[in-house]
Design a protein around this ligand. Structure first.
Ligand SMILES: NC(=O)c1ccc[n+]([C@@H]2O[C@H](COP(=O)([O-])OP(=O)(O)OC[C@H]3O[C@@H](n4cnc5c(N)ncnc54)[C@H](O)[C@@H]3O)[C@@H](O)[C@H]2O)c1
Length: 237
């Protein structure tokens, strides 16, 4: 894989994916709403171009698509990784709160896949949607987040079928508990509580998720599409 777009690249898992893809020789177009302006960083093998970006904005996807087409011609992979986690129980959720989460997690993933399909060459490419074990079951206390991750599973399957004739593969990854800012503060008490439900008895490190994502984004996974991969230390067994 030579050129990849990655969203949520400033976050815990996103930064690990950007580093790994670049160290595997890729040029990574790293997008995040918390980046300011455009910056470029060369690694020994690859290159990371970071730019500010809102995944829920159609205009931002058009802007980045034009930039990528002009500068790189095409992409080989997209990793839809950006998300927000605003845990609100079902009966307390507002329409505005639900729409905010849906806009980033679900619409952002839809817009990303659509832009990527237009930027992928005739020989195809790979899309990896970073989902969650919160999309494998009812994640009580996080109604909008859990719903958005279930929706991403559906979008992954439909897109995988519709894009297969162009050799564009679409897969989903379901991390369990990963040690990133999204989890909030990891006090000793919190950690004991969180890891009690994990058979491997620890949080995942972002680089462990990155390795699975990089495999699915690479030609090494060429016969895998429409599939879902849980990486949760056994939490959902
Ligand atoms: N950390 C976990 O325990 C965990 C578990 C399961 C799934 N995940 C998933 O992994 C992915 C990465 O999460 P993380 O743990 O690295 O979280 P994180 O909060 O560290 O990173 C998320 C990144 O997304 C960016 N972002 C948010 N809204 C955006 C927008 N509108 N446009 C562009 N960028 C935006 C943020 O700025 C942030 O850098 C997410 O899809 C998350 O749902 C995380």
């Amino acid at each position: 894989m030579k050129t990849a777009i990655l969203t949520g690249a400033a976050g815990g898992i996103g930064a690990a994916i950007a580093t790994l893809l670049a160290s595997n020789g890729a040029t990574v177009i790293a997008l995040d709403r918390s980046f300011t302006g455009v910056s470029e960083q060369a690694t020994d093998a690859g290159h990371i171009l970071s730019t500010s970006f809102d995944v829920s904005s159609e205009a931002d996807w058009s802007r980045i698509s034009r930039m990528v087409a002009e500068r790189f011609g095409h992409i080989d992979a997209l990793v839809n990784n950006a998300a927000i986690f605003n845990p609100v129980p079902f009966l307390e959720e507002s329409v505005a709160g639900f729409q905010a989460v849906t806009g980033v997690n679900q619409i952002g993933t839809f817009l990303g896949m659509r832009a990527a399909a237009a930027l992928m060459p005739a020989q195809g490419g790979a899309i990896v949607n970073v989902c969650s074990t919160g999309g494998l079951r009812g994640f009580s206390g996080a109604f909008a987040y859990s719903t958005s991750k279930w929706a991403i599973r559906g979008m992954t399957k439909v897109a995988a079928r519709e894009l297969a004739n162009r050799n564009i593969r679409v897969n989903a990854v379901h991390p369990g508990l990963v040690d990133t800012p999204m989890l909030g503060e990891n006090t000793a008490q919190n950690l004991t509580k969180m890891t009690a439900s994990v058979p491997l008895n620890r949080l995942a490190r972002p680089d462990e998720i990155a390795r699975l994502v990089a495999f699915l984004a690479s030609p090494g996974s060429e016969y895998i599409t429409g599939s879902e991969f849980t990486i949760d230390g056994g939490q959902t067994i």
